[in-house]
Design a protein around this ligand. Sequence first.
Ligand SMILES: Cc1ncc(COP(=O)(O)O)c(C=O)c1O
Length: 373
Amino acid sequence: MARIPVSGPWITDLEVAYAADAARTGWYATANAYPHKFERAFAEYIGVKHAVSLPHCTAALHLSLVALGVGPGDEVIVPDATWIASAAPITYVGATPVFADIDPVTWCLDAASFESCITPRTKAVIPVDLYGGMPDWDAIRAVANRHGLAVIEDAAEAVGSEYRGRRAGSLGDTGTFSFHGSKTLTTGEGGMFVTDRDDLHRRALTLRDHGRPPGDKMFFNTEVAFKYKMSAVQAALGLAQIERVEELIAKKRQIFGWYRERLSNQPELRLNAEPIGVKNSYWMVTAIIDDPQRRSKIEWMRLLGEQGIDARPFFHPLSSLPAYADNPHAVGAPEHNPHSYSVSRCGINLPSGLMLTEADVESVCENVCKLLM
Ligand SMILES: Cc1ncc(COP(=O)(O)O)c(C=O)c1O
């Protein structure tokens, strides 16, 4: 029996043709042609002035922090329930991550909890559009503006999501995307930094190329920086994917619709939210299970796995991880961030790969419903 994978891309002849062309032609004077085309098409789609292609989203978060001047002694607020990549770059720049709670409906940063974490050392906030969902961006930006904080939107998982007509990635001072192989739009590994600000754009271009200002042909470095560039072959894949982005998002929404039809009448189970004014691109169909038998998410993954169905655990609260055992803000987090802990405790990501069929979803839902009986 073939396993049903938890994620995976949709690659067509277009991606193969562009990647082959890049492999043949993307050298010498044209090495940057595909990256530039991908960046222009991506910026236009998101509705921002600038996009900078990178090897991964982690680099985009790192460059955002450096470009915004975050450094040693500063604090940066992140939601407690997210992938560690949202927070790790805060440590790279010598600052301290502070964990705020999530909203129990959107599973994204809660504005009131964010505000309660602000101290005189707070420099920035990194709201995350988790699993394609959107936080209450108006409330978050109001808090950030009131306290003069920079906003870095981690839209790694949310290409194609919208908040009041604005695309994910366009809601902060900078926005960051991941094109990892599990993502809706993929280049295998890859990422993008986006911004409307000319100063941050120029800074990101300089920082990602060992401190060479844009256009430098003399190998004359003005500072010690990083090497974060995307190759032509990856960018060619990305260009094909962004040309097909509407079809990719439509398929994600169709997959979610198949699940909703079959699972929305299960009172023990809650799926991804789409509040009024939000378009959710549903990167990962996620179920929060109020299991009458009180089985853990790990137990659910094991039981589904026995039926050939791959699932993933909802991200563990960052404050609960050994990686942050020494972080002073992890102390007392279960009381301070109750929603991060309760949602994460019983949440699983169900198969959401783009090649999924309705029959696959039927089989997953049958198994989930059987376990709830
Ligand atoms: C919320 C979030 N932020 C950041 C990242 C980092 O992306 P990358 O793996 O491209 O560095 C991911 C990737 O999985 C993610 O899910």
